[in-house]
Design a protein around this ligand. Structure first.
Ligand SMILES: [Zn+2]
Length: 273
């Protein structure tokens, strides 16, 4: 059975459930818990299938010893909107709480399980161990082009007085340059927006004609790292899982790995104890 553990990640297996954790975040186990879920045990965090969502929340929360009624999942729409979660209303379906058009959530409150989901998109977990602030971000290529990672760090600074130098950032499994082939409709805006970084030759690589059309690969992981550093995050505080979701489609939901037919969503969760 494939094990995705590496120098940054621990691959955990409990019963039929599997999930990944960042070794660095495990150093703070007394203040928080976190995970990036895999698809074993039929975990799927799509909101359309309430029963499956409920079972998935139940399974992972039981393992992590957290209360599933404290989960917040925003209504992700590939925006760069980042919102604060200040309190939770009581209720059985907290994923329907008012976080519409939201792709990033932050809190300094204990016992609120910040959750964003993905199937190839990049989830970023954030943690400031000094101010005790956490975040869960959904940064697909559209959100990345709108700089949601940078906006989230800026918001931590403005709203919670975090020093970006203290913030730890965790890049979950995502589609990577090995698989992220795009046409000119994505390549052109990418070039236009990120030429200023001086890294465009590392971000975009031409791969020639595929089925009669020009194609490129793009490195959205590199873009996210550059954006986080622009916001003042230290290079050494960016922890990259190094895992491509498409390469490991047997282990996790991957839209491209499933030929563009969504089969489920993985969840990036973080909670202060
Ligand atoms: Zn790959």
């Amino acid at each position: 059975m494939a094990d995705l553990s590496n120098s940054t990640i621990v691959h955990q297996k409990r019963g039929d459930v599997e999930y990944l954790q960042f070794r660095k975040l495990l150093e703070y186990e007394d203040v928080l818990t976190h995970c990036y879920t895999l698809k074993a045990g039929e975990l799927d965090f799509r909101k359309q299938n309430k029963e499956r969502l409920n079972q998935s929340c139940q399974k992972i929360c039981q393992i992590l010893k957290i209360d599933k009624t404290r989960i917040v999942i925003p209504e992700q729409r590939h925006t760069n909107n980042v919102k604060l979660v200040k309190t939770l209303a009581q209720g059985p379906s907290l994923w329907e709480e008012p976080f519409g058009q939201t792709d990033g959530i932050l809190t300094n409150q204990k016992n609120i399980i910040l959750t964003t989901t993905s199937s190839d998109c990049t989830n970023i977990l954030l943690f400031d161990p000094i101010k005790k602030v956490i975040g869960s971000i959904h940064s697909g290529w559209r959100g990345t082009f709108q700089k949601i990672g940078k906006i989230a760090v800026e918001k931590m600074k403005e709203e919670y007085h975090c020093n970006p130098k203290d913030i730890l950032c965790f890049l979950c499994p995502t589609i990577r340059k090995c698989h992220f082939e795009v046409h000119c409709d994505v390549k052109e805006p990418c070039e236009k927006i990120f030429s200023y970084t001086g890294q465009i030759n590392h971000i975009i690589t031409p791969i020639g004609q595929v089925e009669g059309r020009e194609k490129w690969t793009i490195d959205t992981v590199l873009i996210n790292k550059l954006l986080l550093m622009e916001a003042g995050v230290k290079t050494e505080n960016i922890y990259d899982s190094g895992i491509c979701s498409v390469c490991h489609k047997d282990k996790m939901h991957s839209l491209r790995g499933e030929n563009g037919v969504l089969q489920g969503l993985n969840a990036a969760m973080i909670v202060l104890k």
